[in-house]
Design a protein around this ligand. Structure first.
Ligand SMILES: [Zn+2]
Ligand SMILES: [Zn+2]
Length: 208
């Protein structure tokens, strides 16, 4: 899978763990901190994009209380997927990853915190039917129109959260600086597609 930001492989095999000088902001007491570490196998899939994480590739592990019993479980992510989709826990952890240049991803995570709806963005596509309503303007999205897909993170997973017209992007996200994320989550889009989406996003909604 093509990713717009390619983090370097880890130089050391020791996991990099976040140190918490202040109590974590999470509403539960976490005994094991989130982690950034090289993947020890290729078995884990990324929670955000659902693609496998290659062995040796740096991955982000978000600790959550175990939904199925005692203790904790770890949700694994590609680093860019974590920065885009889980900005708060990613930022909490990346600062401790000394020696890795994670600043571009940290900037992406901060952008997602400053624009609170941006982490919901999960790619772009042409509407495959004319049945979905735009979550911004509430009108139907015509078949074939460019739309941006949304996901919501709840109960430890991402659920499909509907769509917004590409022309409604500025109203909904309060920014149209979204191309890195769109390319990341929709790697099959051509440059021509991206140009069309860009044109729709900057044109905005026509006022009747
Ligand atoms: Zn991913
Ligand atoms: Zn709309």
């Amino acid at each position: 899978m093509m990713r717009s930001v390619k983090p370097s492989r880890a130089s050391a095999s020791t996991p990099i763990q976040a140190e918490h000088r202040a109590p974590p902001a999470s509403p539960y007491n976490r005994s094991v901190p989130h982690v950034i570490e090289p993947a020890s196998s290729a078995r884990a899939k990324c929670r955000s994009c659902d693609q496998p994480i290659a062995k040796g590739e740096l991955r982000f592990g978000e600790r959550q209380p175990n939904a199925f019993g005692e203790g904790e479980m770890t949700l694994w992510f590609h680093l860019p997927c974590a920065a885009y989709s889980r900005p708060e826990p990613f930022l909490e952890t990346q600062a401790a990853a000394a020696g890795e240049d994670l600043e571009p991803l940290a900037a992406a995570a901060r952008f997602g915190i400053e624009h609170r709806r941006v982490p919901r963005l999960h790619g772009a596509e042409r509407a495959t039917s004319g049945r979905a309503h735009c979550r911004s303007c509430r009108e139907l999205i015509a078949k074939g129109d460019w739309r941006l897909s949304l996901v919501f993170f709840e109960d430890y997973r991402f659920s499909p959260g509907g769509y917004v017209h590409a022309v409604c992007a500025r109203d909904y996200f309060e920014t149209i600086e979204l191309f890195e994320r769109i390319r990341h989550f929709s790697p099959a889009l051509s440059e021509h597609d991206i140009e069309q989406i860009a044109a729709a996003m900057s044109a905005g909604r026509r006022t009747p």
